[in-house]
Design a protein around this ligand. Structure first.
Ligand code: MG
Ligand code: ZN
Length: 221
């Protein structure tokens, strides 16, 4: 019987398309953030606050991923930001083919920073590369300080963790030091930001970091 060859180093179809997306984005000088979090952690709010804090220094574009509806996209569009809504029709994460399609509908020459709001979910979004430059997650205060132990995959993978809803910390059972320690333990290089999209606390430092990331990315426009 003929020996069956098993090839293990081929890229998955998703990774192949993710790499093509990355090349398209690079060619247009667009730094791309894959923003992941639980439902209700404040992804859309962070996008809107980031736009406010950057105040035109970077031209934003947004891809909104939701199972259904265009509620978040409407909020972003109302702020004057180019946005495409992806409805996954049930799928609990975005994948590279969805992003490829969304990129065709965005004015890529008018965007410096693209934020992709992934579907609210801490598990599988991290398994699918989209072609992003950076992966960022939000961990909100009401979710508790033990989230990293429950969802180590995402906390380990991201370049930055944004701790949102800091204004609620005095009212809930939340240990900020313990959360920092948990993140540090599994992802020592991750940047950690403490913010409140409601009060604006900490948004400035986060926006400065994005600005610095963009400077380092130095698009070849
Ligand atoms: Mg949202
Ligand atoms: Zn999923």
């Amino acid at each position: 019987m003929k020996k069956v060859e098993v090839v293990t180093d081929i890229m998955s179809a998703n990774d192949q398309i993710a790499q093509e997306n990355a090349e398209t984005l690079r060619a247009h000088g667009i730094l791309t953030v894959n923003l992941m979090a639980s439902p209700g952690a404040g992804k859309t709010s962070l996008i809107l606050e980031t736009a406010r804090a950057l105040d035109g220094r970077l031209r934003l574009g947004v891809i909104e991923g939701d199972v259904a509806s265009r509620i978040d996209a409407d909020k972003v569009a109302a702020a004057g930001i180019p946005v495409v809504q992806i409805n996954t029709g049930g799928a609990c994460h975005l994948d590279a083919p969805m992003i490829r399609q969304a990129l065709r509908a965005l004015p890529l020459d008018e965007i410096d920073l693209l934020i992709v709001e992934n579907v609210g979910n801490l598990i599988c979004p991290v398994e699918f590369r989209l072609g992003e430059t950076l992966r960022v997650m939000i961990a909100s205060v009401p979710e508790g300080h033990d989230k990293p132990y429950k969802y180590p995959g995402i906390f380990t993978a991201v370049e930055a963790v944004v701790i949102n809803k800091m204004d609620l910390a005095p009212y809930v059972d939340f240990d900020l030091g313990a959360l920092h320690e948990a993140i540090r333990g599994m992802n020592p290089r991750a940047e950690i930001f403490e913010v409140s999209c409601r009060t604006g606390e900490g948004i400035g430092r986060w926006a400065e970091w994005l600005w610095a990331q963009w400077q380092a990315y130095r698009p070849a426009k």
